[in-house]
Design a protein around this ligand. Structure first.
Ligand SMILES: Cc1ncc(COP(=O)(O)O)c(C=O)c1O
Length: 364
């Protein structure tokens, strides 16, 4: 990541936006939060958006708004950031982990149906690394069983499937504006996106202690509001995010054109899917050797989700064993994030590939 290259050219605009908020003295749920909700809602085909404190709260509040609670099960992917599964457990429900597809790392719709029980309350796919989960296939399963779908779109603002943007496909979607996300803030922030205006009204209450007006408290809620300063800055980034996503896609093409596919398995893009490469995850059987070769040439690289959720100590009581979800386990063992940001040049991509090619004998 290279956050500075994103913010540098916008610094004066960011400073002015922050100064503007200071001038008004409206720090909580002011006009920028309302405007950002409106702007993202418009991009997502008129969906109803509610800004919250972070992407994890967005998930918790979304689950709460669908009345997910103790005794319920929510089917999700084991190959994700912990927050996805944590939010389910936080509501007292049980995450039921379903294996992923080997090509795009997203939950495999063909395996979901077998995991549905009378206790299943929702499906929670993740558009992992910026690739959209196969929502049309998941929606068919959900419709057959009358289940709502929550999209965890924390890593995928601007990704789409068949031209429909993520966030506009499920019953509820959640975004994170964590500073490393492809639509970032300069601190924590999140958004809940709802298809149904009544659900959105409940999410709006939940983010503010379960109250519409600070006078009458209708249910136990949260103090989880998107900060006005964050909203002011995210609105600036929103104007650039699609261009940034194009830059990420160009960087992915540059890796392919530089011949990375001869050395590692490239990340796939399903037909009709628009991947925004929040992270660029390539695979290799001897990941450690690749890491050493890259690090020796000063190329940063990182393992994400090296232990899939079903094998995390916190979920040991659920009884999963190694080998239960082999595709996710294989991804956790072999996938490696290579440098990726909107301004990564073809030359830099070539440098990464050369670093690997030079140690080809070791890499194999
Ligand atoms: C897939 C996924 N879900 C949820 C979250 C939680 O977002 P946040 O860090 O804003 O709470 C993140 C990011 O950290 C994420 O990557």
């Amino acid at each position: 990541m290279d956050i500075g290259s994103q913010y540098g050219p916008l610094r004066a605009e960011i400073d002015a936006a922050i100064a503007g908020v200071l001038d008004t003295g409206r720090f909580i749920l002011g006009p920028h939060v309302a405007a950002l909700e409106e702007e993202i809602g418009q991009e997502l085909g008129g969906r109803h958006c509610v800004g919250v404190a972070n992407g994890t709260d967005a998930l918790v509040i979304a689950l709460n708004a669908l009345d997910v609670g103790p005794g319920d099960e929510v089917i999700t992917t084991p190959y994700t950031f912990y927050a996805t599964a944590e939010a389910i457990a936080r509501m007292g429900a049980v995450p039921v982990f379903c294996d992923v597809r080997p090509d795009d790392f997203c939950i495999d719709p063909d395996l979901v149906e077998a995991r549905i029980t009378p206790r299943t309350k929702a499906l929670l796919p993740v558009h992992i690394f910026g690739h959209p989960a196969d929502m049309p296939a998941l929606q068919k399963v959900a419709d057959r069983h009358g289940l709502p779908v929550i999209e965890d779109a924390a890593q995928a603002y601007g990704a789409s499937d068949g031209g429909v943007p993520v966030g506009a496909m499920g019953d509820i979607a959640t975004f994170s504006f964590f500073p490393t996300k492809n639509l970032p803030g300069i601190g924590d922030g999140g958004m809940v996106v709802c298809k149904d205006p009544d659900v959105a009204a409940r999410v709006r209450r939940l983010r503010f202690h379960g109250s519409k007006d600070k006078v009458v408290f209708e249910e136990v809620g949260y103090n989880s509001r998107l900060d006005e300063l964050q909203a002011a800055v995210i609105r600036i980034f929103l104007k650039h995010v699609h261009g940034w996503n194009d830059g990420r896609r160009a960087a992915a093409r540059a890796y392919a054109e530089a011949g990375l596919g001869e050395l590692m398995t490239l990340p796939a893009e399903r037909d009709g899917a628009h991947h925004i490469y929040h992270l660029y995850m390539a695979r290799h059987d001897d990941r450690e050797v690749v890491q050493k070769a890259l690090s020796a040439k000063g190329v940063s690289n990182a393992v994400y989700y090296g232990i899939p959720m079903h094998l995390q100590p916190v979920f040991a009581h659920l009884g999963y064993r190694e080998g239960d979800l082999p595709v996710a386990e294989e991804a956790a063992r072999t996938a490696l994030a290579l440098p990726m940001h909107p301004f990564l040049t073809a030359e830099q991509a070539r440098y990464v590939v050369d670093a690997l090619a030079q140690s080809r004998e070791a890499v194999g």
